[in-house]
Ligand binder design. Structure first.
Ligand SMILES: [Zn+2]
Length: 394
């Protein structure tokens, strides 16, 4: 596989060669025009005949022709090298994995693209895209992401007040909700604590220990139920007030780590998106990145299956493709007999012997077994009945 730098290097070489070739050809043409003019002059003014200068003319044109050919040859050899690099970098095999049978809805794709722009804060582009693609993103969606993006921006500038305000408002909402979601409540409080922590560290960096102590009293104390150890650690850092001292202290240097801000930003994005029932990452980003990871395996598969449909009956690929952890959202179960993933319509069943099979497999075994309703587990000698099998939820 060629690297990106090979591609750029070869492009630059071809482009340079193109320029020098043009220069050579232009100057050769100019020379030729000049020569023809001088021939014309010789015939008109010096009384020479075509016969006199004919031989010279032919030699001259032949020479120019050879120079043209040479320049073209050199340029095309460079151009074909660039072409080869492109082919290696973007194997034409990729076309093989495009399956016409898979119908994608253009409207849904456009909707996802439009929403992506608003998610990323590219409001102008999003609005233009809405108009051109004829899709509409709800005002709620736009407003919710406008708020989240504004707060993310302020966190990037290391200002915590807007994020804190948002956090407190949602803690209040979560508290007043009929059914308190404990996890949600804990996460929001965790975010609030982390924000206060960063503010406290800012005061330490400014060497304002008096203010820092007051800030801790006012804001950190209420988190002592969950974060007492960390609060103790933070209070110890007061002895190292001031950037230089903090930097010199091995124990407290980590408080200056930029990654604390990145973590808080990530936590805010995660909770913020969950509060509005949206995925943390844009579906467009996720599908493109996951697809990109899957391409090499799909190309291999396509060259083996020679254009056959790569899906099984349940709209799933016939093979498993490993994706990074960031793309693992929930556990899945593949039946050890059929190798197919289970679905709500065909759930996994736990047999009394603790082996798990897809419901369809159990039914198939039952339909071919003489001792029905009793059947033998395909993985151990136990005999079971369908009524004793339990649906497993992952
Ligand atoms: Zn068994």
């Amino acid at each position: 596989m060629q690297t990106d730098s090979d591609l750029v290097e070869n492009y630059e070489r071809a482009s340079k060669k193109q320029k020098t070739t043009i220069n050579i050809l232009t100057s050769e043409i100019d020379n030729l025009i000049e020569y023809v003019e001088s021939c014309k002059n010789q015939i008109q003014n010096e009384g020479k005949s075509i016969k006199d200068i004919g031989k010279d003319v032919i030699t001259h044109i032949k020479n120019t022709h050879t120079k043209f050919q040479q320049a073209h040859k050199e340029f095309h050899s460079q151009l074909s090298k660039f072409g080869k690099t492109i082919n290696e970098k973007f194997p034409p095999d990729q076309e093989k994995i495009i399956q016409d049978k898979v119908k994608l809805s253009e409207d849904i794709i456009n909707q996802i693209i439009a929403e992506h722009f608003f998610r990323e804060g590219n409001t102008d582009v999003g609005e233009l895209f809405e108009k051109e693609a004829g899709v509409t993103v709800s005002n709620d969606f736009k407003e919710q992401f406008r708020e989240l993006n504004a707060i993310s921006q302020s966190l990037k500038r290391k200002e915590i007040s807007r994020a804190l305000e948002w956090c407190n408002c949602h803690i209040e909402k979560a508290r007043n909700h009929d059914k308190v979601d404990e996890k949600e409540f804990r996460d929001l409080r965790m975010l609030a604590f982390q924000l206060h922590k960063l503010q406290y560290v800012e005061l330490l960096v400014q060497n304002d220990s008096k203010k820092a102590i007051q800030y801790a009293r006012d804001n950190l104390q209420s988190f002592s139920d969950q974060n007492i150890e960390e609060i103790k650690y933070l209070m110890g850092s007061i002895l190292y007030s001031g950037r230089d001292k903090l930097l010199k202290s091995e124990r407290y240097r980590p408080l200056l780590d930029e990654s604390l801000w990145t973590e808080v930003l990530r936590l805010f994005k995660k909770i913020g998106c969950r509060r509005i029932n949206q995925a943390m990452e844009s579906p467009l980003y996720v599908s493109i990145t996951a697809g990109y990871q899957a391409v090499p395996t799909l190309i291999k598969l396509a060259s083996v299956t020679q254009g056959m449909d790569l899906r099984t009956s349940s709209e799933q690929l016939a093979i498993e493709i490993d994706l990074d952890d960031e793309f693992q959202y929930h556990s899945i179960f593949s039946c050890p007999v059929t190798k197919e993933q289970t679905t709500p319509e065909n759930p996994p069943l736990l047999l009394p012997c603790n082996h798990v099979l897809a419901e369809s497999s159990v039914k198939k075994i039952l339909s071919t077994t003489r001792s029905a309703p009793k059947f033998k587990c395909p993985y151990c000698p136990s005999v079971s009945e369908l009524v004793h099998c339990k649906v497993v939820h992952f």
